[in-house]
Design a protein around this ligand. Structure first.
Ligand SMILES: [Cu+2]
Length: 139
């Protein structure tokens, strides 16, 4: 889908994109919190900094709650499940799969998702999909 369509899809899960939805649990075990909640176990954590997911690939046990922390000052990022294809011209097309979507995360905001089913879960940032991609493998 195009960038525009994707953003609309991302918005449907959260009609009020401002503070109103920030702390409500989302279907599938997802939640967003502002800074101040207890720190997650480091092995189930991904930090967002310098327009990248770190680590880009994470392996966890089934049932693990993975938390992404947005640490990029002045930037906005998303954690959106799905894939990004690169065509021969260098253009990128993303396809969110609906498993999880943080919406826009500003500095010091966190997003968590609990992975119950083993498998491979690719994800990307909907704003920087050309370079910001990651993957969670659930054993
Ligand atoms: Cu981004």
């Amino acid at each position: 889908v195009t960038y525009l369509v994707q953003r609309v899809l991302a918005a449907t899960g959260c009609l009020v994109l401002a503070v109103g939805c920030a702390d409500k649990a989302q279907p599938g075990g997802a939640s967003r919190t502002a800074d101040g909640s207890s720190s997650p176990k480091s092995r189930d954590a991904v930090s967002i900094r310098l327009v990248a997911f770190s680590p880009p690939k994470l392996e966890v046990d089934a049932g693990a709650k993975v938390t992404w922390t947005q640490g990029d000052k002045g930037s906005v990022h998303t954690v959106t499940s799905g894939t990004v294809d690169d065509d021969a011209t260098g253009a990128t097309t993303s396809q969110s799969d609906g498993t999880f979507d943080s919406g826009e995360l500003r500095e010091n905001e966190r997003f968590s998702f609990t992975f119950l089913q083993p498998g491979t879960y690719p994800y990307f940032c909907a704003i920087h999909q050309a370079t910001m991609r990651g993957e969670v493998t659930v054993r």
